[in-house]
Design a protein around this ligand. Structure first.
Ligand code: SAH
Length: 341
């Protein structure tokens, strides 16, 4: 099988080209063709000798993904892309417009094995991890198709990013590299359901990104009911890992909380959250739960307001996330790897 050349960092590409008997500056040229000029074939690399182009073509492929369907919201400027991968699998990305610029929500796996009860992405199960190239291509294709510059990226689409740790780290390194997209990791958010050992591991990289942690409940009993991952890593272990992350990176954590009517929005839930998060260098992002057809979870805007007020009075730093792309099922937890036309 040919090697996936778009997934290599420049450093790795230098090693690869050296193995082909080439000087290291060649790697830099090839890398530029791939990540700045974004060519689709080795033939387009006009400053590379035809002998080397033939060799590259023999050992490597330039991965590609196709836009299979594109849905545009009529309420806001949200665009949802359904991408077809080279092996026939599908994933989704969502392009959103905020005051500070365009943000792209990308997928990190085909499907998801985490099983959160309220989330559509996990319903059809897990197929495979995405390669770094497939995460990059979601960004490159969305920019090319929309003509909009992507200012920030959120790893909050289908999949659990920390369950595909090495490929996600590689993606972060390539997307922030000076040759190519050159996106500061300050403009990247990574969301996890709470894979504790991987939170410790991520902290060691000291990326400037924002870590979002999907909390959704303030005690183990409730959290385990809606998030099976909580049986593996209880809230106290999760909080310990979060504190370690804050200490090591100096970055505050953003906790995500999908507010579900009658499930996690009572006064005692608010009190529990205040006890859990008060004094921590963090921010709490409330999301009115997005409805999915397989479950009976409902949002209640009035109750959410009361809930948010109680949390604020309790001293927490709270925001309510705007729902974008609701008319095209592009909101949090609504993305799927299976599609119907
Ligand atoms: N696996 C990662 C990232 C994907 S989900 C994680 O769990 O964090 C991105 C965010 O959307 C998470 O906070 C997730 O819990 C939330 N989410 C999932 N389904 C939702 C729904 N139906 N309504 C609102 N938020 C949801």
């Amino acid at each position: 099988m040919k090697k996936d050349i778009l997934s290599y960092s420049l450093e790795e590409l230098v090693t690869e080209t050296e193995q082909l008997g080439e000087k290291s500056f060649r790697a830099k040229q090839i890398y530029e063709w791939l990540h700045t000029k974004k060519v689709h074939s080795f033939d387009q690399m006009s400053n590379i000798s035809s002998a080397l182009r033939t060799k590259l073509d023999e050992y490597y492929c330039i991965n590609s993904i196709k836009i299979v369907r594109k849905l545009e919201s009529t309420i806001d400027n949200t665009v949802k892309y359904l991408y077809g991968l080279s092996d026939g699998n599908h994933i989704e990305s969502v392009l959103m417009e905020y005051k500070h610029g365009n943000s792209l929500c990308i997928s990190t796996q085909v499907g998801c094995k985490m099983g959160c009860r309220f989330c559509a992405s996990t319903i059809a199960g897990y197929k495979r991890d995405l390669l770094p190239s497939e995460m990059l291509l979601q960004v490159y294709m969305a920019e090319e198709d929309s003509g909009r510059h992507i200012d920030s990226i959120v790893l909050m689409g289908i999949g659990e990013p920390l369950d595909n740790f090495d490929n996600v780290v590689k993606f972060l390194q390539i997307i922030s590299f000076e040759t190519g997209k050159n996106l500061s990791l300050r403009h990247v958010s990574l969301s996890t359901c709470g894979l504790v050992p991987k939170i410790y591991e991520l902290a060691e990289y000291r990326f400037g990104l924002t870590l979002s942690v999907s909390l959704h409940a303030c005690n183990d009993k409730k959290r385990s009911e809606i998030m099976p991952v909580n049986d593996r890593y209880h809230i106290d272990e999760l909080m310990k890992a979060c504190r370690d992350y804050i200490n090591k990176t100096g970055r505050r954590i953003s906790f995500e909380y999908a507010v579900i009517k009658g499930v996690n929005d009572t006064r005692s839930d608010a009190d529990g959250l205040i006890r859990l998060l008060k004094g921590m260098n963090c921010h709490l992002n409330l999301i009115p739960v997005n409805e999915i057809k397989e479950r009976d979870y409902k949002a209640d805007r009035a109750a959410l307001r009361t809930f948010a007020d109680a949390l604020e009075k309790g001293g927490l730093n709270v925001t309510v996330r705007r729902t974008l792309g609701a008319d095209i099922d592009a909101a949090c937890g609504q993305l799927r790897r299976e599609y119907e036309f």
